[in-house]
Design a protein around this ligand. Sequence first.
Ligand code: ATR
Length: 274
Amino acid sequence: KKWYAVIGNPIGHSMSPFMHNSWFSQMEIDATYIPIQVIEEDLDRAVSSMNLLGISGFNVTIPHKEKIIPLLDILDPMAEKMGAVNTVVRLEDGRLKGFNTDGLGFVRSLEEVVGDQLKSEEVLIIGAGGAARGIAFALETLGYSHLTICNRTVEKAGAICSELEQKAAAISLQQASEQLNQFKIIIQTTPAGLKNGDFSLPFSIEKLNSTAIVADIVYNPLMTPFLEAASQKGATTVSGLGMFVHQGALAFNYWTGQSPDLLAVKKQLIENLG
Ligand code: ATR
């Protein structure tokens, strides 16, 4: 029997155990996935314990995605570029290898809804935290060629742009709001859509194009206030649930070599979301 886990703080809300355990049972894999709460000061001891306990792989969530890097033996190039790890695989020789499946998971979920023919369109990323960084690198890697990042703190958007290989623009939230009609794909990565957080929109979407595609990385609620407002203007919306399922499927594949069923688990997750 194999054991997998997710470490984070808080961790009680995580839907990852439900998702991975459904896949294990559907695919008749003898494995169990457990949530483990790890406070920041205990991260190094928790990672050493993973080996001791024989955990085959684990996910890493807030607040450990960056701080885990020095504790790992090898890094996948994408995770290295992003400076964040969300998936760890214990190799046969016991070394721990870090991957990042968040960014690619996002792009797969976007392309599941709108296809992969929009790579030369103008893309706007709202926010410049870890999630935005991962998505920007994944979009660039997959050939999206016109990226703009807007953020409350413009310097942080500028820092991500300067690390990208192609030219990308960093603008303020107000500039983004004023230029909104120029963007075909808009990706919201700030906590503005969080269920118990700040419900105010990151900025006015008065100028949103009705042909735009608007995505949020939050999946609880499925329809964030930002997506709701975009939908009222006629835009196509993409919730964060697809990103969650795809990042999980990519991690599952690193651990087991198999590709799980996405559709059934998505339906189950929707039923389970409050
Ligand atoms: P994550 O790693 O999940 O992306 P993060 O690193 O804390 O989270 O980043 C949060 C992002 O949301 C940042 O871009 C932050 O803007 P700043 O860089 O200016 O801090 C943005 N953000 C958070 N609260 C916000 C708010 N009330 N209005 C606008 N942007 C906000």
